[in-house]
Unconditional design. Structure first.
Length: 272
C-alpha cells in the first residue's frame, strides 16, 4: 500500500511539475503578446531586411541625404570612430555630418562595400548585428582612398528598426590592384594550381579554374584571382597578391599571400 501511495504521489508531483512548466510557458507567451511584443524575423528574412535597410542608408550617405540617414538612427545612438572618437546622440551625429563630409551639400567621398565581407548576425530579443569591411574613394583629384571595418547594432523597438551602436575602425590607406594588367593564361596553364590547401589562419582553401584565372574558395566565401605572371596572381579589389610555388613537375605545392607587400599567410597543398 505504501509503495502504491508513494507511486501515486510521485506521479502527482511529476504531473504538477509538467503542468507548472506548461503554465509558465503559456504565461510567458501570453505576456509577450499582451505587451505588444512582435516576433523578429529570422534566418533569410532577417538578413534580407537588414541588408535592404543598410543599402538605403549607404545610398543616403553617398548622396549626403542627412535627413534620410538619420531616419535609420536612434535618438540615443552611440557612434565610435577610431580617428574621430565618440559621438553621442542622433542630433550630434547629424551636426557632425553637416559640418564635415556634407558641408558643401555633396559628399566628398564615395563608400563601397567589400564583396564577401558583409555579414548579418541575429541578436535574440534585440535585433541584429551587421558587420563588414568597406572602402572610401575620394571624388577630388589626388585624394587618398581608404579602407575600414564597421559594426552596426540594429535594434527593433516600438515597431521600428534603428541603429543604436555604430563602430567604424581600423581605417587605413587603400592600396588596390584596380590598375593592374592581367595576363591571359590558357586553362592548361592554370590546372597545376587546382587543389585543396591548408593555411594556419584561413583554414581549408580550394583553388579552382575560372574563365579568367583562379578562384579561391573558403567555406561559403570565394575570391577571384587574376594572373599577373605565370605563378603570381592578384585580386582586383584588395591589395593582395598570391605567389605560388611549383615543384620540378610543374605542380603547385603552396602559395603565399602578400598584403601591401607584406607576407600575411601561407597555404600548403593538402597531402604535401
Amino acid at each position: 500500500m505504501l509503495n502504491h501511495i508513494t507511486k501515486r504521489c510521485g506521479n502527482w508531483h511529476r504531473s504538477s511539475r509538467i503542468f507548472l512548466v506548461v503554465s509558465l510557458i503559456f504565461f510567458s507567451c501570453s505576456a509577450g503578446q499582451l505587451s505588444g511584443q512582435v516576433a523578429l524575423p529570422s534566418g533569410k528574412a532577417l538578413q534580407t531586411k537588414i541588408l535592404a535597410m543598410d543599402s538605403v542608408f549607404w545610398k543616403a550617405y553617398n548622396d549626403c541625404d542627412v535627413e534620410k540617414m538619420m531616419s535609420f538612427i536612434a535618438d540615443e545612438v552611440e557612434f565610435y570612430h577610431d580617428k574621430g572618437g565618440q559621438t553621442n546622440g542622433r542630433a550630434a551625429l547629424a551636426k557632425s555630418l553637416q559640418a564635415g563630409l556634407c558641408r558643401t551639400g555633396d559628399n566628398e567621398i564615395e563608400r563601397r562595400p567589400v564583396a564577401g565581407t558583409i555579414k548579418v548576425f541575429p541578436l535574440a530579443g534585440t535585433g541584429a548585428i551587421l558587420s563588414g569591411q568597406h572602402t572610401f574613394h575620394g571624388k577630388a583629384s589626388g585624394s587618398d582612398d581608404g579602407i575600414a571595418y564597421f559594426f552596426h547594432l540594429w535594434k527593433f523597438t516600438a515597431g521600428e528598426w534603428k541603429m543604436t551602436r555604430v563602430f567604424s575602425y581600423d581605417h587605413a590607406p587603400l592600396f588596390t590592384n584596380e590598375g593592374e594588367m592581367a595576363l591571359s593564361l590558357p586553362a592548361a596553364a592554370l590546372e597545376k594550381f587546382v587543389g585543396t590547401y591548408e593555411a594556419p589562419l584561413t583554414g581549408t582553401v580550394k583553388v579552382r579554374v575560372t574563365a579568367t584565372g583562379l578562384s579561391l574558395v573558403n567555406g561559403n566565401k570565394s575570391m577571384l584571382l587574376l594572373p599577373k605572371t605565370a605563378t603570381v596572381f592578384f585580386n582586383r579589389e584588395l591589395p593582395l597578391e598570391f605567389v605560388f610555388e611549383v615543384d620540378e613537375n610543374g605542380r603547385a605545392t603552396k602559395f603565399s599571400v602578400y598584403e601591401k607587400g607584406q607576407k600575411v599567410e601561407e597555404a600548403i597543398r593538402a597531402g604535401e
